[in-house]
Every structure is written in structure tokens, then in C-alpha cells.
Design a protein around this ligand. Structure first.
Ligand SMILES: NC(=O)c1ccc[n+]([C@@H]2O[C@H](COP(=O)([O-])OP(=O)(O)OC[C@H]3O[C@@H](n4cnc5c(N)ncnc54)[C@H](OP(=O)(O)O)[C@@H]3O)[C@@H](O)[C@H]2O)c1
Length: 229
């Protein structure tokens, strides 16, 4: 579970742990991650671990996958929730430095791709496993100032589809969680009415219950409204 020290990632980790999964939580800030692990463990989840790494750093790929496998054994479910918006406030696309676009792609697309190569490769050999990419409506709608982030999420959606077409024994899914009351949302839209936003805990429950039902078509892109049906 990447992006697991707060927001949706932490809540998905908690929801999985409550259902008996052995969980590895990944985020960069070690202190915040340790606190999140303590919080999830206090919620009657015994087998939960934190790994402080950066999914956007190539050097961290094998450290994450190696340590995660050593802690919980073969990975059955990989959830990519770590994500960056890039520079704040978000600039128009033509005002975005090429280096900033590249940095967003590194965290939101290339890093998840690296982790998926290692983990889905092992899933394919075992002929089982699920990889979930957390998408966004910015992947399909062209919102001004959401360019770098939206491009990364659109590419991630297509990564999901191509991987599904190439690896029939592994499930690849893209889930658009809708607007949630998280730090990322506050960073992007500080003036938004937070009372109108979904709680990440509620969204995580829906996502994990949906995954547990196990009737998904590999390669699908599903919104939170669709997965409740
Ligand atoms: N909130 C929304 O309204 C919304 C809407 C649509 C889609 N989404 C998607 O939902 C997912 C979760 O978002 P959120 O709102 O829960 O965000 P959040 O509250 O800001 O949490 C982001 C998490 O990702 C971690 N992270 C960020 N960069 C990382 C990196 N390079 N390596 C490892 N971990 C990293 C953060 O911890 P560190 O900073 O310590 O690394 C944190 O744990 C994202 O994929 C986002 O695009 C959110």
C-alpha cells in the first residue's frame, strides 16, 4: 500500500488489515508513517508494517519490494495511492517547468510502473494477484491547472489497460475515488467546502468491500459511484 501515512492510503491499509490482511504501508515521512502504523495497529490490526521510501526514486524500488516480501511474504495486492500534484498553487500547463512535469510523472507514473514490474512479475509467475492504481477524474476531464497531474493519471489509466491486456493472470484496476477531505485536496483547493467532501475512511471501506467481492474485469477504470452498484 503506497501513500499510506494519511488520507485514502492509510484508510485502505486499515480496512484491509481489519479484514485480516497482512499490510505493508509505504510513504516518505518516517515519523508520520510510524504514527499511522501505530494507529492502524491500535485498530486491532496485528500484522502491519511501515516502510519509509519514495516511490518516485528508482533506487527505492527493490528496497520496497524486497522488504515488503520479507515482512509479509508474496504480495497478493498492490495498491498505488502515493501521488503528487506538483508545484503549488498548480500552474497552467504552459507555465509548468518541464522538470516539474517530469517529477510528477516520476512519482505518479514511472515509480508505480517500476514497483508494478517487480511485483506483478511475481504475481504473473504465481498466476494470481491484483494491482490497483488510484486514479482521478482529472485523468478524463481537462481541468485548467490540473495538467501535469491529469496527464500522469490519464497515462496511469492506460498503463492499467495495457497491463491487463498483456498479463491475463493478474488483475489490474484503476479506481477513481472522487473528491475526499484529505491533505492533497486541501493543497489543491484550499477554499473548498470540506463538508461537501467524502471521508477517505468511507471511500476506503467501499473500495476494499468491492475488491473483496472480486468480480472486476481486469483493465477496468471504475469510479466510486460505479463500484457501489
Ligand atoms: N483527495 C482527493 O480528493 C482525491 C481525488 C481523486 C484522486 N485522489 C487520489 O487518491 C490518492 C490518495 O490521495 P490523498 O488525497 O489521500 O492524498 P494525501 O492525503 O495527500 O496522502 C498522500 C500520501 O502519499 C504519500 N506520498 C506522496 N508522495 C509520495 C512518494 N513520492 N513516495 C511515497 N509516498 C508518497 C504521502 O506521504 P509522504 O508525503 O510522507 O510521502 C501520503 O501518505 C492519490 O493517488 C490521489 O491522486 C485523491
Amino acid at each position: 500500500m503506497t501513500g499510506a501515512s494519511r488520507g485514502l492510503g492509510k484508510e485502505v491499509a486499515r480496512a484491509l488489515g481489519r479484514r485480516g490482511a497482512r499490510v505493508v504501508m509505504v510513504a516518505r515521512d518516517g515519523a508520520a508513517l510510524a504514527e499511522a502504523v501505530r494507529e492502524v495497529r491500535a485498530d486491532a490490526v496485528r500484522d502491519v508494517h511501515g516502510l519509509a521510501f519514495d516511490v518516485g526514486r528508482k533506487e527505492d524500488t527493490h528496497a520496497i519490494t524486497g522488504a515488503a516480501s520479507a515482512l509479509v511474504g508474496p504480495i497478493d495486492l498492490l495498491v498505488h495511492a502515493a501521488s503528487t500534484l506538483g508545484p503549488l498553487p498548480m500552474p497552467l500547463l504552459l507555465d509548468t517547468a518541464c522538470e516539474d512535469l517530469a517529477a510528477v510523472l516520476e512519482v505518479n507514473l514511472v515509480g508505480p510502473f517500476r514497483l508494478t514490474k517487480v511485483i506483478a512479475g511475481s504475481m504473473a509467475l504465481r498466476r494470481t494477484g491484483t494491482v490497483v492504481f488510484v486514479s482521478s477524474d482529472a485523468a478524463v476531464e481537462a481541468y485548467p491547472r490540473w495538467g501535469a497531474y491529469g496527464i500522469s493519471k490519464a497515462a496511469q489509466d492506460h498503463l492499467t489497460r495495457v497491463l491487463a491486456a498483456e498479463l491475463p493472470d493478474v488483475h489490474f484496476l484503476a479506481v477513481d475515488p472522487g473528491e475526499m477531505d484529505t491533505k492533497m485536496h486541501a493543497d489543491a483547493l484550499p477554499d473548498a467546502d470540506r463538508s461537501a467532501l467524502a471521508s477517505p475512511a468511507d471511500v476506503a471501506e467501499q473500495v476494499v468491500a468491492w475488491l473483496a467481492r472480486g468480480r472486476q474485469r481486469s483493465g477496468a477504470r471504475v469510479t466510486i459511484a460505479e463500484l457501489a452498484r
